[in-house]
Unconditional design. Structure first.
Length: 436
C-alpha cells in the first residue's frame, strides 16, 4: 500500500508538469507575419487607410461594434448566448475606453490570438478563431483605418454571464482544445481567384462562424464546414456545394447577386444577420473579389446539414393563386391567411413575385420552405432595413402589431402557402424569439 501511494505521489508532479507543458504548447502563438492573397479592392499599392477601410468592411467589423442608433465602432452590442450575454467592445481610438493605447503588437495579438492589451482572454464571440489567418499587414491596415475614426469615450459594458463562464482565464483551456493560432496557407494547386476567395471567406468575412455547426464546446465543427447552423434564432443556411440543400444549384450570377445586393431572383432575399452582412460588408466588395468568393464557395464539400430544407419553387399555393387572389385554399380564411391579406399581400402578392421590388418575392426561397419558420418569424418581428447601392430595402417590423399567437399563425400560413410545408411555429417559440 505504501509503495502504491509513493508511486502516486511521484506520478502527480510528473502529470502536473506534462499538463502545464501541454497547456503552454497548445496555447502557443504562431509568430509568423503571414501573407495574404492580393484583394482586387485593396492592392498593397493603395493608400494604407483606404486599404484598411476596405479590409474592415470585408471583415464586417462595424456589424458587431455598433448598437442601433449608437456611434460607429463604439461597441455595446449584445450577444445573447446559452450561458449569458456578452457585449462588444469599443474599438474607436479613444485612449480611455477604446483601443487608442494599443501598440501594433498588442492589436495584432488581440485580433489573431484573442488576447487583450491587459493579457486577458477575449471570448470567441469575437471571431479571432477566423481572424487568426489574417496577415499582420492586413491587421495593421485595419488598425490604421480605425485610428482615423472619431474617438468615442464610451465605457465597455460588463458582460452578464455566470460562473464559470465569467472566468476569462478559463478560456485558455477552451483555446487549448479548440483553437490553433495560424496564418492563411495558399493552396498551390488552386487558382489565384480560389485562394483569394478562401482568404476572404475564411479569414476576413469569417463565414464559418455563422454557417458552420457548433460542437459541444461551442467551437466550429469544421468537418461540417458551412453546412448550416442556427444563430440567435436565425437559420444561417447550408452554403456548401450540395445541389439540393446548399447553393450548388445556384448560378454564379445568382450567388454574386445575392452577396452584392442581398437578393437573388428565385433563390432568396437576405434578412437578419445576413442582411446586416450585405449592408455593412459584402456590397462594398470589388466585383472581382465577389467572383473569387463564389469560386471558392463552389468547391466547399457538399453536406446535407442538420434539418435540411427542400425548396419547392412552385408550391400548390403559388400555383393556385394570382397576383390579387389566394385561390381556393381554406387556410386563406383562417387567422394566418387573414393576417397575410391585411398586412402582407399588397407587397408580396399571393403568388409571391413581389410588387414594388424583387426583394419582396417569396417564391422559391428557403425561409418559406422551412417548417420551423425560423427566418419567417424573425422577419415578421424585426422587419428589414438596409441600404444597398443607394437603394433602401425596407419591410416594417410587426413585433408591436401582432401578438405571439398571430405571428405564429402568420408564419405557418406563409410556410404552407409559399412552401407547401406544414409550419410548426408555436406562440411559445415566438415569445422566445422576442427575447433574443
Amino acid at each position: 500500500m505504501k509503495k502504491r501511494w509513493k508511486r502516486v505521489l511521484i506520478a502527480l508532479p510528473v502529470l502536473a508538469v506534462v499538463g502545464v507543458g501541454a497547456y503552454v504548447w497548445l496555447n502557443r502563438s504562431d509568430p509568423a507575419d503571414g501573407s495574404a492573397p492580393t484583394l482586387a479592392g485593396a492592392p498593397p499599392s493603395s493608400d494604407p487607410v483606404a486599404r484598411g477601410e476596405y479590409l474592415a468592411k470585408a471583415a464586417d467589423c462595424i456589424a458587431c461594434h455598433v448598437t442601433p442608433g449608437g456611434k460607429p465602432y463604439a461597441g455595446g452590442l449584445a450577444f445573447k448566448l446559452p450561458f449569458g450575454t456578452i457585449y462588444s467592445s469599443n474599438i474607436t481610438p479613444d485612449p480611455e475606453t477604446g483601443i487608442g493605447r494599443y501598440t501594433d503588437d498588442e492589436f495584432v495579438r488581440a485580433v489573431r490570438d484573442g488576447i487583450r492589451r491587459d493579457g486577458k482572454h477575449l471570448y470567441p464571440a469575437f471571431p479571432y478563431t477566423s481572424y487568426t489567418e489574417m496577415s499582420r499587414a492586413d491587421v495593421l491596415a485595419i488598425k490604421a483605418y480605425l485610428f482615423t475614426l472619431p474617438k468615442v469615450n464610451q465605457p465597455n459594458r460588463e458582460n452578464d454571464i455566470g460562473f464559470p463562464f465569467n472566468q476569462r482565464w478559463a478560456m485558455g483551456f477552451w483555446n487549448a482544445a479548440f483553437f490553433r493560432s495560424h496564418r492563411f496557407e495558399p493552396d498551390a494547386g488552386r487558382s489565384e481567384a480560389w485562394n483569394r476567395g478562401a482568404y476572404l471567406a475564411g479569414a476576413l468575412a469569417h463565414c464559418g462562424e455563422c454557417h458552420t455547426p457548433r460542437n459541444i464546446g461551442f467551437a466550429m465543427s469544421n468537418g461540417s464546414l458551412l453546412a448550416g447552423e442556427t444563430v440567435n434564432g436565425w437559420r444561417a443556411w447550408n452554403i456548401t456545394s450540395d445541389a439540393t440543400h446548399g447553393i450548388g444549384a445556384w448560378s454564379d450570377e445568382q450567388l454574386a447577386q445575392y452577396l452584392s445586393t442581398g437578393h437573388a431572383d428565385g433563390k432568396g432575399t437576405a434578412g437578419g444577420p445576413m442582411a446586416e452582412a450585405v449592408d455593412h460588408s459584402f456590397q462594398y466588395l470589388n466585383a472581382d473579389d465577389v467572383s473569387a468568393l463564389v469560386t471558392w464557395l463552389r468547391t466547399v464539400p457538399a453536406k446535407e446539414g442538420k434539418d435540411p430544407v427542400v425548396v419547392d419553387a412552385n408550391a400548390p399555393g403559388i400555383r393556385a393563386a394570382s397576383d390579387l387572389l389566394p385561390g381556393k385554399d381554406p387556410a386563406a380564411e383562417a387567422l394566418g391567411g387573414q393576417l397575410f391579406a391585411g398586412a402582407c399581400a399588397s407587397c408580396h402578392q399571393w403568388n409571391g413575385p413581389g410588387r414594388q421590388t424583387p426583394q419582396a418575392s417569396l417564391a422559391g426561397i428557403r425561409g418559406v420552405n422551412d417548417p420551423s419558420g425560423a427566418n419567417v418569424v424573425g422577419i415578421i418581428l424585426q422587419g428589414v432595413s438596409m441600404r444597398v447601392r443607394d437603394q433602401d430595402v425596407y419591410m416594417p417590423a410587426f413585433a408591436q402589431t401582432f401578438n405571439d399567437a398571430e405571428v405564429a399563425a402568420l408564419a405557418n400560413y406563409v410556410v404552407h402557402h409559399f412552401g407547401g410545408k406544414t409550419g410548426t411555429v408555436t406562440p411559445a417559440e415566438v415569445a422566445k424569439r422576442r427575447a433574443q
